[in-house]
Design a protein around this ligand. Sequence first.
Ligand code: ATP
Ligand code: MG
Length: 315
Amino acid sequence: MNKSTPLREISSIMQMTPQGAGKITRKLETSMKGNIRHLPPQTVRELFEQRGFTYPKKNILFHCLKGGASKTTLAYNTAYRLSQLGAKVLLVDLDKQANATRSFEITQPERVFVDVVMGKCPLEETIAPISEFLDLVPSSFKNARIELELINKKQNPQTFYDKIFSTIRPKYDVVIFDLPPDLNHNTYLCSIYASTICIPTNPDEYSVMGMRMTLESIQGIQDEYKNLNQEVFIVWSKYDARERNSFHYITELKDVQNATIMPVVVRADATFKNAQAQKQSVFEFSKKSNAREDIDILAQELIGLRDFFAPKANA
Ligand SMILES: Nc1ncnc2c1ncn2[C@@H]1O[C@H](COP(=O)(O)OP(=O)(O)OP(=O)(O)O)[C@@H](O)[C@H]1O
Ligand SMILES: [Mg+2]
């Protein structure tokens, strides 16, 4: 999987001209595709770090009780984009539907998360390397047993995920979890491990209801464990400017507490489905699309790149 990024996209993140960025990358590894200069993730990382940017450590959940709200689409494409931007990423598929796993053309993984829960293997043994900066903990229908296993097992909710991830966690900057559309024991334990919870929400009645229930459950967990210190975002997805309802839901949602509305709205775009059909991320599938633009901004927001490179007002 070739995951390099056009130089002009990186120069735009750094608020530089492509010529300026070209100069400072002269001694770094780059490649040409046609006549366009591309930067591999390692070069992007070196550039950002030279400028003083530190990749944060985050455990990011894409979580919503409502089915079909865009959890997998956002988790998969954001993981891909973050790895292009030089972050070391582990994507953890916890959904027995295994949609994220199939997007990497993995159909029958030998080991999945339930094997770890059952003590059959450590997490390391489930990991499928996707590219230099992106690994996957795959899923399969076998994960349908997770709930049963958790009920039969006594565990300390505050240390359960910590223990499972402790040996591999230092290897990654960002761990992204794609959750099933459930509120169950596993999503509860995983929510305790999260530093960032993204609730993908579509501008429609049922989806907003699902988002509110998800928020309520997160609030319950935060009331139970006062030291979690999590950021919670509502991420609008499938926004269609031509639909009156789309606009209505987005502008009317003002009364949510303890959650921030992500400043980027992911627009409805057939590129997502078309890329999925080809088992590709939107970054491989299209050179220019709304999908690509919106996920790029979402990825940057999640690791603080946009804030870091934003022009600072004169003090
Ligand atoms: N912004 C978008 N624009 C257009 N289509 C989208 C968008 N986001 C997701 N989709 C499509 O909506 C469908 C459901 O998305 P997805 O599988 O990501 O949802 P999910 O929340 O993971 O579902 P589940 O709850 O079943 O896990 C997919 O076909 C996907 O391609
Ligand atoms: Mg899904």
